[in-house]
Write a protein that binds this ligand. Sequence first.
Ligand code: NAD
Length: 251
Amino acid sequence: MTGTTEWSDRVGVVTGGAAGIGRAIVGALVAEGCRVVVVDRDEQAGAAVVAELGERTRFIGGDVADPATADRAVAAAVESFGPPAMLVNVAQASRQAPLLEQDRADFDLALGTGLHATFNFMKAAHPHLLETGGSVVNFASGSGLTGMPTQASYAAAKEAVRGLSRVAAQEWAGDGIRVNVVCPIAATGGVMAWAERFPEEYQGIVAKNPMGRWGDPDQDVAPVVLFLLSDASRYMTGQTLMADGGATMLR
Ligand SMILES: NC(=O)c1ccc[n+]([C@@H]2O[C@H](COP(=O)([O-])OP(=O)(O)OC[C@H]3O[C@@H](n4cnc5c(N)ncnc54)[C@H](O)[C@@H]3O)[C@@H](O)[C@H]2O)c1
């Protein structure tokens, strides 16, 4: 991205980094010479990432909804590579169903893996982000912005992540820590599993997209995240960037 030693030496923590968009971000960071702790509940996929990318990666298995996972991941980053300057909160689980068919367990799942996990990782990483002048990228969704049917708990969790990110951006700007949000659209394993249950909605997303296609995690989303992590975006904080082919145009 910048080609500077400063950028190459950076240490990152990426949740949900074993698959999909998270995996694309991990690959892009390692290609830039960064060192990355990959956090995911999928132990097999996590081990495969380390086998593929090598010594610049470490894998921490666990559920991001458990606060202990954040503490373990940040400690592993410090121990293996040094204080993290980058935190990317990608992991998210949710169940789709019409609002009247969703219950407390659905909200616990979406908020636990989305809002609470993001909050826990930000708190755990904060002392090190303070030291390094770090950058945080959190993940939200056009589903939250537009109110997509069947996504009540997911949309609520994702909009909560955006609110949390804006407060952190305000409170931490003076400390040199930036916090931004990306809302992607990309064909990943998670999306394909959803598409099997909701084929019409899957087709509808392409039909309504100005660019007429699903995004690619490596080519269309990871570069936007790397921009937000790099010094190229040093005057940006509290922003939501849509990496979605123009599907939602913020004003
Ligand atoms: N792909 C899209 O089009 C799209 C659209 C809008 C928002 N998003 C958001 O972008 C992010 C990435 O999406 P994706 O499509 O790559 O997801 P994905 O489902 O393909 O991958 C998510 C990764 O997170 C991990 N994960 C899920 N729950 C976890 C938990 N509780 N603890 C630890 N790891 C967990 C999974 O094992 C997986 O490796 C998510 O926050 C998602 O909500 C994606």
